[in-house]
Structures are given as structure tokens and as C-alpha cells.
Design a protein around this ligand. Structure first.
Ligand code: AMP
Length: 280
């Protein structure tokens, strides 16, 4: 596996290793890799001749300085995991390499960014869209792989690609979970033992919601989910949203949406976790 830090080296690697008629798959990450990330690498390998992964903790998508400072970083371990997986190249640029100047683009994603993560983390998706757009322009992948764990992010990236008319197919991949149901996340590393032990309540609530939604209205389903968190002192839900899976707007009646998703963000201490489940 080739390890590259500079855009100029990336250009050379692509020229030497990537032929036009062959397909290139791309998996963008912020590192501290786990089986969720590696599943994306595997989907890419199954679909493409070559797979490139990026590891970059993107400062402009963090809206809390402390979250950025404490984000886990373990590049050597990440490189070992990608090597074992047979990834062809990993791109680990510095912040200066990605942002020689402060980026000024402003994306408008409309209603899609006015809810959930977009509402609670101002500027987050603009930062995500800018960095993914830069990676897409540098790497020019045919397909790019994103986890449905970040469901809103997946829709935002598809919208960015549509607006900028980029020739990339954006592929959403299933959420990989721990055996107790907790969605894998780099942030899980920061949970205390007690928080880690209680965090699977998110998936328990989401699974029960999926099983029970027919006997609820969308609004009463949100309250049903919130009750799972009510008697857990270390858990502070930020939002529970029953949303149209295409637009992420709240669903009033089940028949209004072709498909519906429940999205949750909850704090365990200072660690913020997100998860979701498709209802239908
Ligand atoms: P991150 O490193 O957190 O920015 O995530 C990089 C990519 O991995 C994103 O597309 C995430 O949605 C995806 N991802 C993170 N956790 C999981 C998971 N548990 N299952 C599937 N994909 C995931």
C-alpha cells in the first residue's frame, strides 16, 4: 500500500497506477479506523480495480474546538489496518496541504441542512462538503463510499455532487454495529466504561421503534423513543427525529413518505453519538 501526504505525489500515483478504463473507488475517513470504515473499503474493492482511502481530521467540519482537539488520532494503527485490508493507497494530507488558504465556499443545501445535524452543528455540513469536494476533484474517483450511519451526510454529499455536476457515484453502505448493537464510531473510544455499557440503549430504542412504528403516529413514536433514555442519567438526547428518508423533513403521517428514517443524537457525558434506523 502506498502512503501519500502531498497532492503532487497523489497526482503522480494516479498517473502511474490508474488507467482510464479502470475504475477507482474512494473511501474518505477521519481515521481511528474500525470495522465500519473497513466495510467501506471492502465494498469499494468488490466494485473497483483500485481503492484509495483518505485519513484527514477535517478541522472546518468541527463546530466545537474541544471535539476537534480530542478527536482520536492513531495513523500508524490505521495504516496497518488498511494494509491488511489490501487498500491500494492511503492519502494523509496535512491541514496546510488541504487548506493553503481559509476556504470560503458556501454551500446551500436548503431544507436538507436545516434539520438534525445541520441544525445542531452550524457550519458542519459546509465543512464536510468542502473537504469531500476537494478530495473528489483531486482523486477523481468513479465511486465513493459513505456509511449510512451518517445518513444526513450521505444525502448532503449526493446533493453536493448533483449541484457541482461531479462524475462520482455516491454509494451508501450499511451501518456496522458492535455485538450489543452500538453503531461503531471513532468516538466510542472516548466513552467511559459506564457510558459504553449504557450506550447500546440507542440501538435498543431504534429497534423497538422499527418494530412498533405501525401502532404509533410519527409524533408518538418520538416520545416512545425518548422514554428509553429517560431513566438513564448519563444519557442526554439532543434530538429524536422521525423523518422522510429522502428529504429528512419531519413525517406527519406514515403515508406521506415513500420511506421513513428515525435519527437520534445523544450525549453520553460529553461524547455525542448519532445513529439511525430505516422504518420502511
Ligand atoms: P468518519 O471517519 O467518522 O468521518 O467516517 C468515515 C466514513 O465511515 C463515513 O462515510 C461514515 O459514515 C462511515 N462510518 C462510520 N462509522 C460507520 C459504521 N459504524 N458503519 C458504517 N459506516 C460507518
Amino acid at each position: 500500500m502506498t502512503i501519500i501526504n502531498k497532492i503532487s505525489e497523489l497526482e503522480i500515483w494516479l498517473r502511474v497506477n490508474h488507467r482510464d478504463h479502470e475504475s477507482l473507488g474512494f473511501v474518505p475517513t477521519m481515521g481511528a479506523l474500525h470495522r465500519g470504515h473497513l466495510s467501506l473499503v471492502r465494498y469499494s474493492q468488490a466494485d473497483n480495480h483500485r481503492t484509495v482511502c483518505s485519513i484527514f481530521v477535517n478541522p472546518i467540519q468541527f463546530n466545537r474546538a474541544e471535539d476537534l482537539a480530542k478527536y482520536p488520532r492513531m495513523p500508524e494503527e490505521d495504516i496497518r489496518m488498511l494494509e491488511r485490508e489490501g487498500c491500494d493507497m492511503v492519502f494523509l494530507p496535512s491541514v496546510e496541504e488541504m487548506y493553503p488558504e481559509k476556504p470560503r465556499q458556501v454551500y446551500r443545501f436548503g431544507p436538507l441542512e436545516e434539520v438534525m445535524e445541520g441544525a445542531f452543528r452550524p457550519g458542519h455540513f459546509n465543512g464536510v462538503a468542502i473537504v469531500v469536494n476537494r478530495f473528489f476533484r483531486m482523486i477523481r474517483p468513479d465511486k465513493a463510499y459513505f456509511g449510512l450511519k451518517d445518513y444526513q451526510q450521505y444525502l448532503i454529499i449526493k446533493e453536493m455532487v448533483r449541484q457541482d455536476q461531479l462524475p462520482v457515484e455516491v454509494i451508501g453502505c450499511p451501518i456496522v454495529r458492535e455485538s450489543d448493537g452500538l453503531a461503531m464510531s471513532s468516538r466510542n473510544l472516548r466513552l467511559s466504561e459506564k457510558q459504553r455499557a449504557t450506550a447500546p440503549v440507542i440501538f435498543r430504542a431504534l429497534s423497538a421503534a422499527r418494530d412498533q412504528y405501525r401502532s404509533h403516529t410519527p409524533e408518538s413514536l418520538e416520545n416512545y423513543i425518548l422514554r428509553f433514555f429517560a431513566d438513564i442519567p448519563e444519557c442526554r438526547p439532543e434530538y429524536v427525529s422521525v423523518a422522510n428518508a429522502d428529504t429528512l423533513q419531519p413525517v406527519k403521517h406514515w403515508s406521506d413518505a415513500r420511506s421513513a428514517v428515525v435519527c437520534v443524537a445523544a450525549y453520553f457525558g460529553e461524547i455525542r453519538l448519532i445513529d439511525n434506523i430505516l422504518l420502511y
